[in-house]
Design a protein around this ligand. Structure first.
Ligand SMILES: *Cc1c(COP(=O)(O)O)cnc(C)c1O
Length: 372
């Protein structure tokens, strides 16, 4: 097989100049403070609050520990309404508390939890809604709030795909009781691994900070069976450095997504999501959707075709979370229960989209799709 390019993957982490990182490392070596709320950790919390337009942030070692801790903080139990169209960590977080996920279908226009389908899934055991801003595109936060308020439910947003996303100027992270972020290497903003919980008052932030530190609320006082979820100083230093470049990273992502949209317009059977009105996006993914009949080739055939050219898109999200063995047997996981998700999971490919993707690589990807 002729390879026109080196391997191109769905994403490639943005790395700041190594020399700049060395300066941070030297400071860490001098201070010998490696973790436990060190100076870089403190500084990153302050700078992220400013950048993101949020009041309180608690940094974590990764997004999964942040999700698990968010549920612990809100004392979520029983049943939680969530989406099958996400990364498995969303629902896995519920497993740690023996919480039953109740899968509700998505809206085909946004790929996010369909608010109009939430009410019919509420039972006496429902304690919360766990929606995901899929691909960084905001959920219908107003409608979800209305429903949560009527039924007295908590809302925890899985905001692992969003960074700096706003709706009419309002940070999307300010909706819900808590929002959870991930700074994993594959996300738009990375600290190698990392995560965070956004909260809206000081008391809650303090409790979350205790929970991520084994539940310590003082030298000898342990108030809850907390976990070790702390972000270390090397991760925090990386975050501070990444933050210097994030605006240009998001701008480059935007240009790439715009170029894809321009070049992939008017292909029968291929669709993609447009910008949402009033929303400032972070362009963390570029999913396309293949209608087999109209496109004349299945999603999987196109996926394989790209792979033959060393282009590695990813089928985010395929399979659905509800299709994994861990969730088999749940009523809401049965085939036919989430028809929109079940269709879209067979249609989606996320194309390579990251700041260093070269024009000629992007054009080659488009050419392969066009030929197909
Ligand atoms: C990445 C991701 C997570 C998990 O975050 P980690 O930092 O990798 O633990 C959870 N939910 C979604 C939707 C994600 O994309």
């Amino acid at each position: 097989m002729k390879k026109e390019t080196d391997s191109v993957h769905v994403t490639q982490p943005h790395l700041p100049p190594l020399e700049e990182f060395q300066g941070y490392l030297e400071k860490i070596w001098e201070s010998k403070i490696l973790t436990n709320k060190g100076p870089y950790h403190q500084q990153l919390e302050e700078e992220l609050c400013k950048y993101l337009g949020v009041k309180y942030i608690s940094l974590f070692a990764n997004g999964t520990l942040a999700l698990i801790t968010a549920l612990q903080e809100l004392k979520i139990t029983g049943e939680v309404i969530t989406t099958p169209y996400s990364f498995v960590a969303t629902t896995h977080s519920l497993w740690w508390y023996n919480i039953k996920p109740v899968f509700v279908d998505i809206d085909p226009e946004t790929c996010n939890l369909d608010p109009e389908k939430i009410e019919s899934a509420i039972s006496p055991k429902t304690s919360a809604i766990l929606p995901v801003h899929v691909y960084g595109n905001p959920c219908n936060v107003e409608r979800i709030k209305e429903i949560a308020d009527i039924y007295g439910l908590k809302v925890v947003y899985d905001a692992c795909h969003t960074f700096g996303v706003t709706i009419n100027g309002e940070p999307v992270l300010n909706f819900g009781d808590l929002s959870v972020m991930s700074f994993h290497a594959t996300k738009a903003f990375n600290t190698f691994e990392g995560g965070a919980i956004i909260s809206h008052d000081e008391v809650t932030k303090k409790r979350i900070d205790n929970l991520k530190n084994f539940g310590f609320a003082g030298e000898t006082k342990v108030v809850a069976p907390g976990i070790n979820g702390k972000m270390n100083e090397i991760q925090a230093a990386m975050g501070l450095l990444q933050l210097k470049y994030i605006d240009s990273v998001i701008e480059k992502r935007k240009q790439i997504v715009r170029k894809y949209r321009r070049l992939l317009k008017n292909i029968n059977g291929l669709s993609y999501l447009e910008d949402f009105p009033g929303v400032k996006h972070c362009y963390s993914y570029f999913p396309i959707f293949i209608d087999k009949e109209e496109f004349g080739m299945s999603r999987d055939a196109l996926y394989e075709k790209l792979k033959q050219h060393n282009i590695h898109g990813r089928r985010y999200f395929y399979p659905l979370i509800s299709q994994f063995p861990s969730y088999r047997g749940l009523d809401s996981a049965l085939p036919g229960k989430s028809p929109v998700s079940e269709r879209i999971t067979e249609e989606v490919i996320c194309l390579p989209a990251y700041p260093d993707l070269e024009d000629k690589q992007l054009e080659l990807i488009v050419e392969i799709i066009n030929k197909a």
